[in-house]
Ligand binder design. Structure first.
Ligand SMILES: *Cc1c(COP(=O)(O)O)cnc(C)c1O
Length: 398
């Protein structure tokens, strides 16, 4: 899919791509709140249904507002085509339903969004798809996990919540060598900070719910690929099974993209300041942020990302109780598991987002009882620090 803005800069594509004005001459993108579309006559209806003529039929299949979002995301990720879905999870599910068969094998990072891990281990497993979980950062482990029936590599980079970084170029070469797809969940960086397709990924999936919306309003997802045929496969599943994006949500996400570049810079700037400041505090044992020199893969992050994003994780001295006291001492930070919002959120991963894992699984991926995750918002950074000071004080005076 090429549009007149493909050769323009990122910010221009984010504002302009994907819009086709109707005869009304509207400036902003309209919301096509319609479940179906009408035909001029019976012959045209037949031609649309047979696929002989292109065009809208029904909004489970296509909708112009959803298409605007898909084209804009395609332009930003540098892909060839995209298909929007009802949630980030349905983007992942639809990709696998389209590309995998019973008997196939996936190599996946062991530090994954918890529902993704459940989808793999509980549901895909039920249909005979086998998943091996490996250390995200250990190339040899990925290589050793490959089998004859390995169809796909799946990972998030940076990972949630510890900001581990995968070497996307090396993994894409490895995947290609074995005829497997590399699928990257690009939720934490968004295309504003990292474009996995340019680094060799075949497919990028997103929870649009997070930074793409950016203001915590809608749930949605998208699959972008470097190959139109892959999206045709995913679309085939989607139009049949139905986890389609609503036009209203697509409109919110398209408008979100117009400010994505600015927001990701501001999130990253605030997060960097908070991370550096936290690192110097007495009751903080460790800070996990790829922008810090102390981060194990800082150099790799510098190489493949434009900035380091808004997620900062840290460990306080003490255990679960200390972490909970820290969280409860803050006054207006939002205690919620959502991330990528303009509002700063604070979470205790071990008892919320990662509560379903066994103790051993949590240990393996480094989610300790004293770990806290921040999704740094767009408030004044000095005010965010004041809030965190309340937490520090609560831990220091336990
Ligand atoms: C939230 C999230 C998802 C799932 O997205 P939903 O929109 O909640 O379905 C997948 N991957 C990552 C990394 C996420 O943060």
């Amino acid at each position: 899919m090429t549009t007149e803005f493909d050769d323009k800069g990122f910010a221009t594509r984010a504002v302009r791509s994907g819009q086709t004005r109707s005869l009304e001459g509207e400036h902003s993108e309209p919301i096509f709140a319609t479940s179906s579309f009408v035909f001029d006559n019976a012959e045209q209806a037949a031609a649309r249904f047979s696929g002989e003529q292109k065009g809208n039929i029904y909004s489970r299949f296509t909708n112009p507002t959803v298409r605007t979002f898909e084209q804009r995301m395609t332009a930003l990720e540098g892909g060839k085509a995209a298909i929007a879905t009802s949630s980030g999870m349905s983007a992942i599910l639809s990709t696998f339903m389209a590309l995998l068969s019973s008997g196939d094998h996936i190599v996946a990072s062991r530090s994954l969004f918890a529902s993704t891990r459940t989808l793999f281990d509980k549901y895909l497993a039920k249909f005979g798809v086998e998943v091996s979980h490996v250390d995200l950062t250990d190339l040899t482990a990925w290589q050793n996990a490959i089998k004859d029936n390995t169809k796909a590599f799946f990972l998030e980079s940076p990972s949630n919540p510890l900001n581990e970084i995968a070497d996307l170029t090396a993994l894409s070469e490895l995947a290609k060598k074995h005829g497997s797809f590399l699928i990257v969940d690009n939720c934490f960086c968004t295309p504003a900070l990292q474009q996995p397709i340019a680094l060799g990924a075949d497919i990028v999936v997103h929870s649009a719910t997070k930074y793409i919306d950016g203001q915590g309003r809608c749930v949605g997802g998208i699959v972008v690929a470097n190959d139109v045929d892959l999206i045709v496969e995913v679309y085939g599943f989607l139009r049949t099974a139905g986890p389609t994006m609503s036009p209203f949500n697509a409109w919110v996400f398209s408008k979100g993209l117009e400010t994505l570049n600015l927001r990701m810079k501001a999130h990253s700037e605030n997060a960097m300041q908070v991370a550096q400041w936290l690192e110097g505090q007495a009751v903080i044992e460790r800070v996990y942020y790829a922008g810090l020199n102390s981060h194990k893969q800082h150099q790799l992050a510098v190489k493949q990302q434009l900035d380091f994003g808004g997620i900062v994780a840290f460990e306080v001295t003490g255990g679960r109780e200390a972490a909970w006291q820290f969280i409860d001492a803050t006054q207006w930070l939002s205690i919620t598991a959502n991330l990528g919002d303009s509002k700063t959120t604070i979470t205790h991963p071990a008892t919320t987002t990662h509560a379903k894992l066994t103790d051993q699984e949590r240990n393996e991926i480094g989610i300790s009882e004293n770990l806290i995750r921040l999704s740094i918002g767009l408030e004044d950074v000095e005010d965010i620090k004041q809030e965190l000071k309340l937490g520090l004080l609560a831990v220091a005076t336990r």
